[in-house]
Write a new protein. Sequence first.
Lengths: 243, 243
Amino acid sequence: MEVEIAVAKVNKYASSESGDTVEMIERPQGGFSFVLVDGQRSGRSAKAVANLVARKAVTLLGEGVRDGAAARAAHDYLFTQRGGKVQATLNILSLDMVSRTIVLSRNSHCPTLVVTGTGLSVLDEPSQPVGVHRGTKPAVVELPLQVPTTVVLFTDGVLAAGERRGQSLDLPAVVQRLCNECGCAAQAIADRLLAEALELDEGRASDDITVLALTVRARREEDGSGGLSRVDVRRLMLTVPLD
Amino acid sequence: MEVEIAVAKVNKYASSESGDTVEMIERPQGGFSFVLVDGQRSGRSAKAVANLVARKAVTLLGEGVRDGAAARAAHDYLFTQRGGKVQATLNILSLDMVSRTIVLSRNSHCPTLVVTGTGLSVLDEPSQPVGVHRGTKPAVVELPLQVPTTVVLFTDGVLAAGERRGQSLDLPAVVQRLCNECGCAAQAIADRLLAEALELDEGRASDDITVLALTVRARREEDGSGGLSRVDVRRLMLTVPLD
């Protein structure tokens, strides 16, 4: 099988800095973790908060600290640094090769959507953002690493899309449709969900928007990469638009 | 303009752990850094060394430490931890949005290849690996962020490819050809250079091989991403083959 994890991300319209931060780290015992943080408000101050939380979490995960403990530590750190006055949402998605599971830790009001062979489920157990309430814990869910699995998570710019016009995305319906149409291509799912959110915002995002999609699929026989299809190649790609 | 950074990576044949590690971090003042480390030997012990060096470097870069200082610190840390007995190569490639340059820090015997509008240059100033010689410094080169620019760097699995049969890649010629043929697509350049190295090794890599390519190109008008082409979307994608 093969795991693909993709992120698509835009800034709030006319804002040069995003309060959303995504970091990735290799787990020392095998696998990867993605950390997605949305700092309170937008612009430079949100970016600073998001960086602080994301950096604390990835540093610990990179040292082999378990996900739940890394989320608790990121909360405690922000709470201590900012006196409980600033909040951030925090999602950690890990591909854990020791347990062979996908570990989802959520400190966010945004749900996480999971589509497997048995249908779609919405992970929306109440959970608090980090930084403001003493003793905050993440909501943690572990999924077996099996084909087919799709996980979609996002920051609240997706929920806010269309609000100006009294509209919103029907997220379970959209994610199920994208899953059917995109054939387990994580980048297409992330791109298209972002595009649908932006469309509701008439092309001008009312908040920073980040979408992260993970898919577990059967290995493709031919991937058009010039003779590499029979070899285990890991790939990473980052694309950044600049002025 | 648009910057694309891509990594393609295989383990040494029949080896389940790679001594090559790549980490990525967002720079707190804007931009990204990629850290590529090849730990001495292969397998688990090499992985541990590579992780230690890479983690130290990305942690410092994430705190805003400048690249040359992060490379020196990673050296000092490995030297102290392992008593000067273990070495690793270290490359840091940064997209620095403060100086609007590409910063290349090299502690490796592997050259870095750069192709711009004025032709190809080989960055091969002598430089030492980290971990063994007191006071080791990186060779640092800064390039302006301009179209067209391609940077290719790699671990010594690329140099070792074909050695068993007395062959080797003519790297400047290969990189220049890939640049011409791949039209500034970093992922295609990384994939195809890896494929050519593997071909010389008859499909069984004699060492861990990692290739990192960066391209700076004009923004594409239509990128097939469903209506996102007029918006500044950042994208990140990781693909991992699993058993």
